[in-house]
Design a protein around this ligand. Structure first.
Ligand SMILES: Nc1ncnc2c1ncn2[C@@H]1O[C@H](COP(=O)(O)OP(=O)(O)OP(=O)(O)O)[C@@H](O)[C@H]1O
Ligand SMILES: [Mg+2]
Length: 360
């Protein structure tokens, strides 16, 4: 790995008696798209504020490159923030909003004009220079806010739920545009959302957070395929989570039967949670299935049917299938060993890493 552009080393922050961030460590590599994903109140905005210098921390080092920046004031950090409410100046037009930071820095007039026009072109707002902010739609305001942030050519752009106020269609369009912009500019993005699909669609790396801690870091595929614990799994996607027992490496028991799997590194007969994704389950005849279930209900979801089935112990199994099932019928469920994901109860990222090392 190349030298990270930003690092958090064991950052802890408390407000009164409450721990807001607990032993948070991560490295941000230059030029990539990072997402902080987690429920409301988990500390996402606090991390952005600590990076930007709007809040201090109680313990740990914040590094920019090799330099410790804990005491560096906000205006001397090479980052820019797009706030959730955009924080545009309502009494200024689009041009003046975007030009604001450059005017303060006393950049030459010609240069300001050139830079602002270029930024507005990048966010596809060329021609809107003289519009008032009050005459812009939500999505357009959002792009003005991004243009304002990129004219300063920050090394790192922090974006705090910038899309949350937009309707679904515009939001999806902006997801593409933001991702595209990030690639073209090569700026490091740290993006905050509590929307799992948004995080999966946009990021190079996701940090899943809960209650002031980072639960898991990884690529979207890794986090989706190998969630380390129940929280991450529940938060990142729909899943079937069933109690089981790890008999030995590569052998797990659930619903009274034993199945070959690809996980290991746990104690013999350790109680575990077994996860199988709805899209990894296939409906078969009872004879061909690994589990026998009855079809309870189904809903058409546009691309697939979401079918709720239950096994003889009463566990529910959700199946995604392009074919309709017959409600009330008895069917089989088939899956492959690699579709079975075994999770320890409340395993942390550190434990997960050392278990993988011991196992590999
Ligand atoms: N100035 C403050 N005083 C007291 N508590 C605070 C302060 N700022 C944040 N907190 C608390 O810190 C925790 C984390 O807040 P933060 O704003 O980082 O959450 P978040 O993940 O951004 O949530 P959301 O998704 O709702 O924006 C919350 O419990 C919040 O109540
Ligand atoms: Mg927030």
């Amino acid at each position: 790995m190349s030298q990270p552009i930003i690092s958090f080393n064991h950052i802890t922050k408390k407000i009164a008696d409450e721990t807001i961030l607990e032993d948070v460590s991560f490295d941000i590599e230059e030029g990539k798209f990072y997402t902080l994903l987690g429920p409301s109140g988990c500390g996402k905005t606090t991390i952005l504020r600590a990076i930007a210098g709007f809040t201090d921390v109680d313990q740990g080092d914040i590094l920019f490159g090799e330099k410790r920046i804990n005491e560096v004031p906000a205006n001397r950090r090479q980052v820019n923030t797009v706030f959730q409410d955009y924080a545009l100046f309502p009494h200024m037009n689009v041009f003046d909003n975007v030009a604001f930071g450059l005017k303060i820095k006393k950049v030459a007039k010609d240069k300001i004009k050139e830079t602002v026009y270029e930024a507005l072109r990048l966010v596809q707002l060329a021609g809107y220079e003289m519009r008032e902010i009050s005459e812009m739609s939500g999505g357009q305001r959002q792009r003005v806010a991004i243009a304002r942030a990129i004219v300063n050519k920050p090394k790192v752009l922090l974006l705090d739920e910038p899309l949350s106020a937009l309707d679904l269609k515009l939001r999806t369009d902006m997801q593409y545009e933001l991702r595209d912009l990030q690639k073209r500019l090569g700026i490091t993005f740290i993006f905050v959302t509590h929307d799992q699909e948004e995080a999966l669609a946009m990021s190079d790396q996701i940090f899943v957070m809960n209650q002031g801690k980072i639960m898991q870091k990884g690529t979207p595929v890794a986090i989706y395929d190998e969630p380390i614990n129940h929280f991450v799994d529940d938060f990142v996607g729909e899943s079937n989570i069933i109690d089981g027992t790890m008999i030995e490496d590569n052998l797990v028991e659930m619903v009274g039967e034993r199945f070959t799997c690809v996980d290991g590194g746990m104690r013999v007969n350790e109680p575990v949670e077994v996860v199988i994704r709805p899209e990894d389950l296939k409906l078969t005849s009872v004879e061909q299935g690994k589990l026998s279930v009855s079809v309870d209900t189904q809903l058409f979801r546009g691309v697939h049917y979401e079918i709720i089935t239950s096994d003889r112990q009463g566990n529910e199994w959700m199946v995604h299938s392009t074919k309709k099932a017959v409600e009330g019928s008895q069917v089989g469920l088939s899956f492959e060993p690699e579709d079975i994901h075994v999770m320890r109860f409340n395993e942390t990222e550190k434990d997960f890493d050392s278990r993988l090392e011991s196992y590999e």
